[in-house]
Design a protein around this ligand. Sequence first.
Ligand code: ZN
Length: 378
Amino acid sequence: MISSIKICLKAIMALIMTIVVGLTSGAAGVSSTKTPDEKEYEQVKNVIYFIGDGMGPLHLEKAKQERNIKLVMDTFPYQGRSMTRSLSNKVTDSAAGGTALSSGIRTYNGAIGVYMYDPIHIQSNPKSITELCHENGMMTGVVTTDKTSGATPAAFTAHSTARNLDFDISAQQLNSDFDLIWGQSSDYVTKSKAEANGFTFVSTYDEMMAVESGERSFAQFDSELWHVNQVNAQTPTLSQMTMKAIDVLDDTDEGFFLMVEGAHIDKNSHSNIDAGMTEALDEFDRTIALALEYAENDGETLIVITADHETGKIVLNADGTYSFTQTSHSDTNVPVLVYGSDTFIEDGEVLNNFEIPIRIAYSLGFDETQFPSVTVKF
Ligand SMILES: [Zn+2]
């Protein structure tokens, strides 16, 4: 009796998933002239995936104007846009946005790497690009200025029905096989728990710099990681964390996957703090400049820069200045900037957010049977 109910539920779930998958791939067909499986992707060894949380196109313009700077992001050879909506809302949050960018599927706001229409969890979770890379022998890591259990790093390292389940997300990260998880300290991560699963525990700049190539590490820094200048000698900046992370992960012939999040573009945009947003964006761009230098020398590294959503709905004023017009996320399309592949995106192309990790997977030599895992598997 119970088993026949379960079989029946599975059949219903299969039907729902068929419809959902059909709908989402239909949407992709409308917005994108070519689907990933119809074109050849230039093959790369390493991927550095930058996510400027909350970073819309006018965030770049505002930062350039107010800080009187040029941005390395503007020099990227291929520039397109991403449509960021989630499956549940026109305006996404960082959890659903992060899941689209990590797993190649759309889900509901608040969801970390889980399907929307699977409330009793009949299906296995959608595979993240991080998991795909790890399973295939690549080194994998995430670096963020947010707490390590924040929605964006969580979407790349965990699966949870709710983004605020910090305990669950941290436990999954601590029990994971990923090589490097670095960010602001999270309530449930302790040195002993990290060491129990073979991570070297790091909490200062000196300890971070002492991590050796190929060594697995879990970093918990204090809360001021995002500033351009260190607030104390033991607090690394985003660029310091990122360059050290590349150094640690660039250790095998299989290559590495690194996600880097600049979380404070979003946080300062929520509070409409101009100077904070532009400082965070400046440091994000400085980090990209260093990664670009690495990629130019390496010659086998793909850099993809995007955002999970725009925050603050910045507008261009009549006097030529830029202003925030709200304190929440918006549905504005966000930049997709690419270096290291001539086939990843066409200049000016507009894609769905979930297509980005799919194209990353294709660029790493994976195919449609491996990613995304949207087919129902019982
Ligand atoms: Zn936000």
